[in-house]
Ligand binder design. Structure first.
Ligand code: NA7
Length: 532
């Protein structure tokens, strides 16, 4: 007879920023939590994404935990934007500092989970057998299932090919090689300058040009670090209250209400500040087409001023989508890379990749030969990792079936019919539209307090009502369609994955507003939930 499965109060899937912090919180509360991850290390997306140039495009002093003041004060970031190895070191430091590893089981993949109605618990299948848990938390990240397009002939390619999100642990040396990169999203834009500096020749295959803002990255200035640390509490509170989970000031004026000179001056100022602050230069950039066009044309002019070959510059200029509606990219020397003699840009919008051959790939009837191919082709965002697991709630209802036409959730955190399941930074929450750290901490704290509160009351289940869920779905939709975002064929819309329903996935109403709604729901006795 099989032994009883191992039982935990809480099973958390995913050892990234959110899973690690949740484990810490739950343990402090005295709950017995267990965390599993398929990787051989903690780190989540920061373990897998180790391609050249990988770094966070949110400043490290905001993209870091705020929950522990000593950690916050003691840790020093070496650069304004930390690179992947440093972020991974940080997460390993956190795992050690809070003694988390004893409750973490690595190289453990969750394949299925089923709500056991009679026992009021989750039965979770892993590659090491079954475990049970009262509470089941998917902290699996928004960008953790790589999208590798099914180009015909890929298995024929005689060279080496890589996806940026599953990069070899020992790195890759492209010295002397002819390399092809497919994809010019945030990842492609980070890796292209690095690979270009090493390879003999780099060919970039671009389907859609993107808007990119310079990072102005550099070593951390000790004076700036000390100044920020002195007011860390205030800046963290500002991040939590604001719409983006970050601390740059939001403009209250509209782009067309000021003169052309004032507008240019503001764009110039934000351009030199770097990063996503640019999107907040005027408050209507993401809601008004004409306003957006002024910002878009500003960036196009920067591209034209940087790239010396006018035909290449024009090919790099985005016209198809409003600025910001595909995630704004943040770069170091991206556009200038196209001035290098060893870099070629190929348009695959009008002549898509036909097939991969033994030597390389064919587009527009031309074959390009490579030693290595890099796919910077993104992720099955937001729903990919949740639906990779066969999750079944009440009456054997499958989450995959329920979400076949797009996700349904209450607060982006819970799903009717799936009691005691929490989807950290799930679809229907601000997550990827915000500084993820702020959103992760807010979700962790809400879930921890919810489980803690229910446990103290001796209650064993919480489940969203159908009405609360339908109302939330509507709010997520209405907020999105009040903006320009749904116009882009973006991964926010699921548009990058063939066959994926086109639904705007994150909640765009802003972090501060969302946080207040979540707090209010809890304070009102978990309004919109059935608690038993
Ligand atoms: P993205 O932003 O989804 O970018 C993927 C890129 O790959 C983008 O340029 C795509 O072109 C291109 N792509 C995807 N599929 C194909 C096919 N079949 N043929 C040609 N080109 C293709 O992913 P990233 O990894 O760059 O960034 C994801 C997030 O990670 C980022 O927003 C940050 O939050 C971190 P398309 O635009 O679809 O025409």
């Amino acid at each position: 007879m099989a032994a009883n499965p191992e039982h935990h109060d809480v099973l958390v899937v995913g050892a990234g920023f959110s899973g690690l912090y949740l484990l810490h919180r739950l343990r402090q509360r005295g709950l017995q939590a267990h965390l599993v991850d398929r990787a051989p290390s903690v780190g989540g997306t920061w373990y897998w994404n180790r391609y050249p140039g990988c770094r966070c495009d949110v400043e490290s002093m905001t993209y870091s935990y705020s929950f522990d003041e000593e950690l916050e004060q003691e840790w020093s970031w070496s650069a304004r934007y930390a690179d992947q190895p440093e972020i991974l070191r940080y997460l390993n430091h956190v795992a050690d500092r809070f003694d988390l590893r004893r409750d973490i089981q690595l190289e453990t993949s969750v394949t299925a989970a089923r709500w056991d109605e009679d026992a009021s618990l989750w039965r979770v299948t892993t590659n090491h057998g079954e475990v049970t848990a009262r509470w089941f938390v998917m902290a699996t990240g928004c960008l953790s299932v790589p999208n590798t397009p099914r180009f015909p002939g890929l298995d024929r390619f005689a060279g080496a090919w890589y996806h940026t999100a599953a990069w070899p642990e020992d790195g890759v040396d492209f010295t002397g090689q002819r390399v092809g990169v497919v994809g010019t999203g945030s990842t492609g834009i980070q890796t292209i300058p690095q690979v270009a500096a090493q390879a003999e020749h780099l060919t970039v295959f671009q389907r859609t040009p993107n808007f990119s803002i310079p990072a102005w990255n550099g070593p951390m200035d000790p004076a700036a670090e000390a100044a920020r640390k002195a007011i860390y509490r205030e800046t963290r509170a500002t991040a939590r209250r604001g719409p983006t989970g970050d601390i740059w000031p939001e403009s209250t004026s509209t782009a067309l209400a000021v003169s052309a000179e004032e507008r240019e001056a503001e764009y110039e100022r934000r351009w030199h500040e770097g990063s996503f602050s640019f999107l907040s230069a005027f408050h209507d950039i993401t809601t008004d087409e004409a306003a957006n066009e002024t910002a878009a044309e500003f960036v196009r002019n920067k591209i034209r001023a940087t790239v010396t070959d006018p035909a290449v510059a024009e090919l790099l200029c985005p016209y198809e989508h409003p600025l910001g509606t595909k995630r704004l990219c943040v770069d170091t020397d991206y556009y200038a890379t196209y001035n290098r003699p060893n870099v070629t840009l190929v348009d695959i919008k009008h002549a898509p990749i036909e097939e991969i051959t033994e030597a390389g790939l064919i587009t527009g009837g031309t074959e390009y030969a490579f030693d290595s191919l890099i796919f910077a082709t993104g992720f099955d965002g937001m729903t990919g990792a949740l639906l990779a697991v066969d999750i079944r709630g009440r009456n054997d209802q499958s989450l995959r079936d329920l979400w076949a036409e797009g996700p349904h959730s209450y607060l982006g955190l819970t799903v009717h019919g799936f009691p005691n399941l929490f989807t950290m930074t799930g679809p229907g929450s601000p997550s990827v539209l915000s500084n993820m750290m702020t959103s992760i901490e807010q979700h962790v704290e809400w879930v921890d307090e919810c489980i803690g509160h229910l446990s103290e009351q001796g209650q064993t289940t919480i489940e969203a009502t159908p009405d609360a869920q339908a109302d939330w779905d509507q709010q997520v939709h209405d907020e999105a369609y009040a903006t320009l975002y749904p116009r882009a064929a973006s991964w926010y819309m699921g548009a990058n994955i063939p066959g994926k329903p086109r639904v705007f996935l994150p909640y765009i109403g802003g972090v501060g507003k969302y946080t207040e709604i979540c707090a209010d729901v809890a304070a009102d006795g978990y309004r919109g939930f059935v608690v038993a």
